[in-house]
Design a protein around this ligand. Structure first.
Ligand code: ATR
Length: 270
């Protein structure tokens, strides 16, 4: 039996075990996926120990993504290296990947959204925004980042290079009306009925994607539906970062629907 898992702190509420185990069951793969809480100073020992034990792969979550990216024993793929953050480790090859951002893009494309050529407004400049923006920057997109702390938006835009620009949240009024895709990558709306973008800025031509998945229908997505915009919820990003990891680890075709159902079932139970 092959073993996979997730390291982070905390990992108790991770949705990855039911999602990956549903995929193993569906594809007839004899494997298990475990949660491993790891303290800050133990990351290197944990990764080397997992390799020595023959664990096939690990996901890495907060707060260890940066620490894993810095390990000498791990060779990062170009995206993970640029982002300086690893969320997926192939322990057979000792290679680090970051599937968060590409997961967001695949989530959009799964819903028929044209990413290439799009003008995208990303709200937020933290870890989630970083992942999304780096993946967008590998495609033909124009990225505008709006953040409560505008310096962070400008720093991220500088790091991305190209045509990316950073603003304060005040810029949403003008930038959203020109955009094709609006992505909330802040925590606003999580467990609270609040939105980072006033409803009057939204229109029916927009695609609105929220990385928040609890609740599944945030106020932003509800407002977007009300004006007739297309919406994509945060559970899809979670699903597609897992789909990418499953592909990296197994080389098998991932059962996307089964993984999506497992995630949504668990979110409803919580
Ligand atoms: P994550 O890893 O989930 O992205 P993070 O790195 O802490 O978490 O980033 C949180 C993001 O949400 C940041 O962009 C933050 O804005 P600041 O950079 O100004 O802190 C944004 N955010 C959090 N609470 C917010 C609020 N009440 N209003 C607007 N933005 C908020």
């Amino acid at each position: 039996m092959d073993i996979y898992g997730i390291i982070g702190n905390p990992v108790e509420h991770s949705l990855s075990p039911p999602m990956h185990e549903a995929a193993y069951d569906e594809t007839g793969y004899d494997a298990r996926y475990c949660k491993f809480p790891v303290e800050d100073g133990d990351v290197e020992t944990a990764v080397k120990g997992a390799e020595a034990l023959g664990i096939k792969g690990l996901n890495v979550t907060i707060p260890h993504k940066q620490a894993v990216a810095e390990l000498d024993a791990v060779e990062n793929d170009p995206t993970a290296e640029k982002m300086a953050a690893v969320n997926t480790l192939d322990l057979e090859e000792m290679k680090g990947y970051n599937t968060d951002g590409v997961g967001a893009i695949r989530a959009l494309e799964h819903h028929g959204v044209e990413v290439d050529g799009a003008e995208v407004v990303v709200v937020g400049a933290g870890g989630a925004a970083r992942a999304v923006c780096f993946a967008l920057s590998e495609r033909d997109t124009r990225i505008r980042i709006a953040n409560r702390t505008p310096e962070k938006a400008r720093d991220l835009a500088d790091e991305l290079g190209g045509s990316a620009e950073g603003y304060s949240l005040d810029a949403l009024k003008d930038t959203v009306s020109d955009a094709d895709i609006l992505i909330n990558a802040t925590s606003v709306g999580m467990e609270e009925d609040d939105t980072p973008v006033p409803a009057e800025y939204l229109d029916s031509d927009l695609v609105v994607f929220d990385v928040v998945y609890s609740p599944l229908e945030t106020r932003l997505l509800r407002d977007a539906k009300e004006v007739g915009a297309k919406t994509v919820d945060g559970a899809w990003m979670l699903v597609f970062q897992g789909v990418e990891a499953f592909e990296i680890w197994t080389g098998k075709k991932p059962p996307v629907d089964v993984m999506n159902t497992a995630v949504r079932r668990r979110l409803k139970d919580d």
